[in-house]
Write a protein that binds this ligand. Structure first.
Ligand SMILES: *[C@@H]1O[C@H](CO)[C@@H](O)[C@H](O)[C@H]1NC(C)=O
Length: 390
């Protein structure tokens, strides 16, 4: 089954929709150098300004070659609502993290309506910063590779994101974003290198993604509504995670999330919901997890409402986040720990409406797999292995 899913996924990944529309702006004509050494940020910005000011559809063309670029923000609003960025080459970030400055972001699209980003490789050159962090010295937080902010009707297709210093792709405060056939890769021990992070956004769809990284494959932050995730392979990584939520008191909730047809290989978590053990007035409502394969996953199914790193800043150790209507259907495979299903909910706001259907998770240790429930209520249907504790 896992193999079928993975080959399905790879088929999806090989589909690249490349569309060249309207006037074409080749970044080389604007002075970009494909030598991997000359900073091409200004050339890129000039090409962007031309495309953005065009009153008809425009394509920014990035040919083969290696283009060094520092921090760039592609700012809208634009005079047209059909801008394509079509990349055949590779963008590389400065290898010395000190050259990134303090922006915390590498490539940013802001306030753009009608944007398609096709193809290309985006190499965040993160290894220097990870080494600094590993040595325990004082290092900057790092730089997110690609950020899509305050934008609408966005397509991100067929691109590869490598070795980000921090998050690879962030979708923040957007409406209508499709991410398809992307590959994300960073070492399993690279810190905070989340694959795709969505927050404050409505109508985001992620289909066909292969994610290997050192933190969450997909992380879902406050204010995410109508999110669809399908055909994702994850590992190494920390799984697909709703949260951490409820760090602040007045956070926007998460509503209507579907995570379908996923494969987790050797990950820390599979399907996770995680909230701070702090007072908060927010919620997670309406989540469907279906058709997941777990291969040697530490915590295949987990709700953790007691997140409190270093036991600091969690005044009464009880999460205010209300979690309801969470369905798990057809989740099977192997757990790397004995507790394969764990619902550790808030004593003041118990999880309600959890539904389990056709679950089969095994543990290869001496004892069989177990389920553990604290303050969690719901129903089951079909076969449930390990036996439900709801
Ligand atoms: C939930 O979100 C999906 C898209 O992910 C959408 O198609 C569906 O209509 C939404 N459901 C509700 C009840 O809003």
């Amino acid at each position: 089954m896992a193999n079928i899913l993975i080959s399905l996924l790879l088929t999806t990944l090989s589909i690249h929709l490349i569309a060249s529309v309207g006037a074409v702006y080749d970044i080389v004509d604007f002075g970009a150098k494909s030598d991997g050494q000359t900073d091409s940020a200004n050339a890129l910005l000039s090409a962007w300004n031309a495309a953005c000011q065009s009153t008809s559809p425009a394509t920014i063309y990035v040919p083969n070659g290696k283009f060094l670029v520092g921090h760039v923000t592609f700012m809208g609003p634009c005079a047209n609502n059909k801008i394509n960025v079509q990349t055949y080459g590779t963008f590389v970030a400065p290898s010395n993290y000190a050259n990134f400055g303090s922006a915390g972001e590498w490539i940013v699209f802001d306030k753009v309506v009608g944007l398609s980003v096709y193809g290309g490789t985006f190499d965040g050159s993160g290894s220097g910063l990870w080494a600094c962090k590993a040595s325990g010295g004082s290092c900057p937080d790092g730089t997110t590779s690609m950020t899509f902010r305050n934008s609408k009707d966005v397509l991100i297709s067929g691109l590869t994101s490598l070795n980000s210093e921090l998050y690879h792709i962030v979708i923040d405060n957007c409406d209508g974003v499709t991410v398809q056939s992307v590959k994300i890769s960073a070492p399993g021990n690279s810190p905070n290198t989340d694959g795709i992070h969505v927050q404050g956004s409505n109508g985001v769809t992620v289909t066909g993604a292969s994610i290997q990284t050192g933190d969450d494959c997909v992380s879902i932050g406050p204010g995410t509504t109508n999110l669809w995730i399908e055909l994702v392979s994850c590992g190494p990584g920390h799984g697909i995670s709703i949260g951490s939520l409820g760090k602040g008191y007045n956070e926007r909730g998460v509503q209507n999330v579907t995570v379908k047809t996923t494969v987790f290989t050797g990950t820390e978590n599979g399907l996770r919901i995680k909230t701070w053990g702090r007072p908060s007035d927010t919620f997670v409502q309406g989540v469907v997890f279906e058709h997941a394969v777990m291969q040697n996953v530490q915590n295949p199914i987990i709700i953790d409402q007691n997140y409190c790193p270093d036991n600091k800043d969690c005044p009464d150790q009880s999460s205010g986040v209300r979690i309801s209507q969470v369905t798990y259907t057809d989740i099977h495979g192997s757990s790397a720990s004995k507790v394969a299903v764990k619902f550790d909910c808030s004593p003041t706001n118990p999880c309600s409406g959890i539904e389990l259907q056709n679950i089969k998770l095994t543990y290869s240790g001496a004892q069989p797999a177990e389920a553990s429930c604290t303050h969690a209520g719901g129903t089951t249907a079909g076969f449930i292995i390990p036996r439900s504790c709801l």
